[in-house]
Design a binder for this molecule. Structure first.
Ligand code: GCV
Length: 719
């Protein structure tokens, strides 16, 4: 289908015909470039010197290159045996004698890195994409195509790239019945019923998309795991997926249910110190490895939110993780043990519980265990300070868990670019370097890339936002969050802005008059969501269970920390959670300079104010407003930003095909309505609690508080 419309461009009225797109191709669309770029690149790439045979990975690289060049340039350059002027050489020294002859400095690239360089051969200038391994060649190929997609000049090409983090994984919270916990993009991609016999071609496109951004592993099933996924029947299904993903450098991992030896193994205990249990896991690891020789390892949620774990037998998290590590050790596999633990029987501030649990265990984990820590101490909130375990576990491998799916950030419909959230976490200064001072590079990124503490195993995981929807992620702009995760996992120093711009160019158009406003909208979108949902350090005010919409009034649930009132602590006098030394003392879990900063109401960044402090409603803010007026101001600011985003998008219609334009425009309308709902319901509630009148000029909530409180969403998405 083609949508044609008239657009005013360069003062000329010209008809624009943009082919309708449904977003399936993600950022790998390879649409024809503008004529001048086509001729520049055709000149630069006149022939291809690519090994004709080789591993499936090399074949994938070759196939992608041909697909990309044909789409972008409208023609595939001729294949050649020898490099001449304008040749593009691809391969490793083992697969290509020409590349071996060039004696390139490949050693520093490691197993996955690559270089892309302009070289002079005796027959003229050529471009080489070289690596030590075939997967490096594939990554280099995707990078080269990205250069073309983003219209980069090739004259002085000299790119050297290797990933900073070893394990760059997606975590699918996918269940065996194809439902997806916190999934807003349709069903699970994994068609467990038809596997292993039927391999949906989409699995290959999934692998291509991930390889294009350097993701090298996938945990197939939900951390709230069913033991069935470890039965022989399901191992065979996982093995079939692993076979599809292998050429793309993607290893398969499984979430392991700690009680599996009882549930599917016929044992009467899962005690990690029990020899029969240890033997069961060893046999299970051997069975999995026989089916999936490059099996990556287990991800475990234990003694958290009702999941079984070693504490059920009076054992520690280290006992549990080390038992699994021992089973995987012969195969080089890793155990990713989640630090997301809190308990209803523990009266300690929820934000403190993971640190209290794991800090004393530092140094007690096997070297193939990696503790997987969420970015903040509560749970993927729109904004949290970084988790205090980062910087506090010098003797335990630690990896970062981010949430790509937007459980707390508007599900599928709200346009919220998470690149800025991820960047904020990676750049957060733990002040935990050897000097004990801030500002010396001891940021979260340097913890998880292993450089701060010398970790042997490093990793980063993102809870996937992928499902069977044609656009994969529920909305076009949600694709940017998958993309940003992969790009930052490869290189945590990239900026959220550069990633957004790159993604926009590849996903829509390179036209500056589109990219600049659309990038601006993306970069401001996360702060907008913070403002209209949980400003000034508030957190967890979403509806019970489904987390859809505002419900700051909920106070009746059995576990204290399930109630939003637990988090905001608003009353007649003030609002916020006192985590200073006079309160729960959570600030003391940070390095001393940060503990002082966070513990001081005059020094803490306003973005975290109510996370760490309980303050009177008339507390004076930097803006000159009092706290109550500032809160209302922030809610209004968020709503206004969404309105501006919708207007910006409306002005970009001429650059976007009809289908993707329409979907995004409609979703922005939903976001506008829901931002207003968040603002009105929250203000109505806090006004009632505080007994304060609305600040002068503030708009009255559209409905009375009771109307918001009465809303019910029994079939909330992703729940
Ligand atoms: C997979 C939050 C989510 C749960 C999720 C849990 C976790 O509590 O709401 O759906 O469970 O985090 O990360 O384990």
């Amino acid at each position: 289908m083609r949508a044609c419309r008239t657009a005013l461009l360069l003062a000329l009225v010209i008809p624009q015909c943009l082919r309708a797109e449904d977003g399936y191709e993600l950022w790998l669309r390879y649409r024809p470039l503008e004529a001048e770029w086509r001729s520049t690149y055709r000149e630069a790439v006149r022939s291809l010197v690519v090994p004709q045979s080789g591993s499936p990975t090399l074949r994938a690289a070759r196939g992608e290159l041909l697909r990309g060049l044909e789409g972008l340039l409208g023609a595939v350059p001729a294949s050649a045996r020898e490099a001449g002027e304008g040749a593009l050489l691809l391969g490793t020294p083992e697969t290509s004698a020409r590349i071996a002859d060039l004696k390139l400095p490949l050693k520093p690239l490691g197993e996955e890195g690559y270089l892309i360089r302009r070289v002079d051969t005796d027959r003229g200038a050529a471009i080489v994409i070289a690596a030590n391994s075939d997967i490096g060649v594939l990554y280099g190929t995707f990078h080269f195509l990205r250069l073309l997609q983003t219209r980069t000049a090739l004259a002085n090409l000299d790119i050297v790239s290797r990933p900073r983090i070893q394990l760059r994984l997606l975590n699918h919270w996918d269940n065996l019945d194809r439902s997806v916990e916190r999934g807003y993009a349709g069903q699970s991609l994994w068609d467990w019923w038809r596997l292993p016999d039927y391999l949906d071609p989409r699995y290959t496109d999934y692998a291509r998309a991930n390889a294009s951004i350097g993701i090298n592993g996938t945990v197939l099933n939900n951390v709230n795991a069913s033991a069935d996924s470890l039965t022989s029947r399901y191992i065979a299904k996982a093995a079939a997926l692993a076979d599809v993903f292998r050429p793309y450098g993607i290893r398969v991992y499984l979430s392991a249910r700690f009680s599996a030896p009882v549930e599917i193994g016929g044992l009467d205990t899962a005690d990690p110190l029990e020899p029969a249990v240890r033997a069961w896991w060893k046999a299970k690891a051997a069975e999995i490895h026989a089916a999936i020789p490059d099996f990556g390892g287990f991800l475990v949620k234990a003694n958290s939110e009702g999941q079984p774990g070693p504490q059920d037998y009076g054992r520690s998290h280290a006992d549990g993780a080390n038992m699994l590590a021992e089973a995987l050790r012969p195969y080089g596999g890793a155990v990713m043990w989640r630090a997301f633990v809190y308990s209803d029987t523990n009266p300690e501030d929820r934000a403190k519980q993971a640190y209290s649990e794991f800090k004393p265990l530092d140094g007690r984990f096997a070297d193939n265990v990696i503790l997987q820590v969420k970015n903040g101490p509560i749970d993927f909130q729109p904004r949290e300070p970084f988790h205090p375990l980062f910087g506090a576990m010098p003797a335990t491998n630690l990896m970062l868990e981010l949430q790509i799916t937007k459980e707390y950030l508007g599900f599928d419909t709200h346009l919220v670019y998470l690149g800025t959230l991820f960047e904020e976490v990676l750049d957060a200064d733990t002040c935990a370097g050897s000097s004990g001072r801030c500002g010396e590079g001891a940021v979260v990124a340097s913890v998880i890339d292993g450089s701060l503490h010398g970790y042997r195993r490093t990793g980063i995981a993102g809870v996937a936002n992928i499902g069977t929807d044609r656009d994969w992620s529920g909305s076009i702009f949600n694709q940017a969050n998958w993309y940003a995760f992969g790009r930052l996992a490869w290189n945590p120093d990239l900026s959220a802005r550069s990633i957004a711009e790159e993604w926009l160019r590849m996903t829509f158009t390179a036209n500056k008059r589109f990219v600049a406003p659309a990038a601006g909208m993306m970069l401001r979108s996360r702060q907008a969501a913070v403002d209209y949902m949980t400003p000034l350090g508030l957190a967890h005010l979403m509806g019970t269970d489904h987390h859809y919409g505002p419900a700051p009034w909920v106070d009746h649930l059995a576990r204290p920390e399930w109630n939003p009132v637990y988090y905001h602590r608003a009353d007649r006098e003030g609002i916020g959670f006192d985590r200073t030394a006079e309160g729960t003392g959570a600030v003391s879990q940070y390095a001393p300079p940060l503990a002082r900063r966070f513990g001081n109401r005059n020094a803490v960044p306003e973005d975290y104010l109510l996370w760490f402090h309980h303050l009177p409603w008339d507390y004076p803010m930097a803006s000159g407003r009092d706290l109550w007026a500032e809160l209302v101001h922030r809610y209004d600011r968020g709503v206004a930003e969404v309105r501006a985003m919708a207007e910006t998008w409306a002005g970009l219609e001429s650059f976007v095909d009809a289908e993707r334009f329409y979907k995004t425009a409609r979703f922005l309308e939903i976001q506008k309505r829901e931002a207003r709902w968040w603002r009105d319901a929250s203000i109505a509630y806090f006004r009632a609690v505080s007994g304060r009148p609305l600040p002068a000029g503030a708009r009255e909530p559209a409905r009375p508080l009771e109307a918001y409180r009465a809303l019910q969403f029994p079939r909330g998405a992703g729940n």
